[in-house]
Design a protein around this ligand. Sequence first.
Ligand SMILES: Cc1ncc(COP(=O)(O)O)c(C=O)c1O
Length: 418
Amino acid sequence: MEHSDFGKRFAGRIGIGELMDDLGNALVADPAPLMLGGGNPSHVPPVQARFRKRMEAILAQPGEFERVIGNYDTPQGAKLFIESLVELFRSEFGWKVGPENFALTNGSQNSFFYLFNLFAGRFEETRRKQILLPLAPEYIGYSEVGLEKDFFRANRPEIARLEDNLFKYQVDFDSLRINEETGAVCFSRPTNPTGNVVTDEEVSRLRELANRQGVPLIIDNAYGTPFPNIIYEEVQPIWDEDVIVCMSLSKLGLPGLRTGIVIAREETIRIVSRMTSVFSLAPGGMGPALALDMVKTGEITRISREVVRPFYENKAQRAVAWFKREMEGLPFAIHKPEGALFLWLWFEGLPISTQELYERLKQKGVLVVSGHYFFPGLEEDWPHKDECIRVTYAQDDELVEKGLSLIASEIREIYSNS
Ligand SMILES: Cc1ncc(COP(=O)(O)O)c(C=O)c1O
């Protein structure tokens, strides 16, 4: 095979890779642009101090550092960490889980690659199954994990318009079809990119529909409760043998250590562990080692509730206030920020697409992500896909305020020239 043939195999599937490259190239410009396009969590000082203290304790204990870095864990992941997680979820939520229901991975992105390719794709040559995303827009990172084409089917949402320039997406159950081609149903809660939190009522209806079809409901809890708890709505977390919950230590502050957690029925955990053994032998051990005592003592829940959530919620409120101030007199809407790290801005009827807006903003020195990337599996034409952008508010306040101000002045210019 010619090298160029490899490229062809992936033709049309390199959206996120191209975007990451483009953002990366733009970042080396001088002066560096304001980066509101990434998904990095904030460096929350009390949380970082806690991990530093734990690292110092590992280093101070003779042989402990060498043990953590010098051994492979089993493919399922660090045993003590898993046992502590079992206790945490039993006491926190009363879930009837045991160690057989947990597997660690090298980040939840890694978990989704395993799970999606396990439940969707081609079966027995002809049967094809897809991952159903019941509420588009959805996380960009899902879009290319399928090893085959047409891997996702997404459902267009209903839009509830709220007061104060806010709106909220809702699952449109009237148009939602779960059928024999559905391999699993998945949604992120809170959602990246919108900050939406799928309501408890919606979750229970989705759970019922998935159960009726005999397929798992996968809940991407990367921002959810009990950690990192970047969620501003009170929700009831759920798990049973028909639900798969995916967690991560990234948004708590350890994205560099790549630790994902899958909570599922025993059979699924066994397969996920085998996949880990094939793809990477074992999950990394440093994330579990740094978080172990916080999980054991339950402090991970406390710090998430008392420090992490208010930290981000305050940032979200400030960002909304700044943007509203800058957009005075212009048409815009913001998805109600209910969690995660992002404001999802909707410019209904904007005379240019948000991809063009992205290019113009890049020239002005601010990087955002055009919303059209966040609709994997939603093929239909829908102008809304080209009317939204995602901006992070996890960066330093000064940078976020400046970036939002530049976005507003660009929008003002676009309207005044149209
Ligand atoms: C909704 C969602 N799920 C999963 C991930 C993947 O996170 P990680 O692989 O770092 O655990 C992210 C990262 O941004 C995310 O936003």
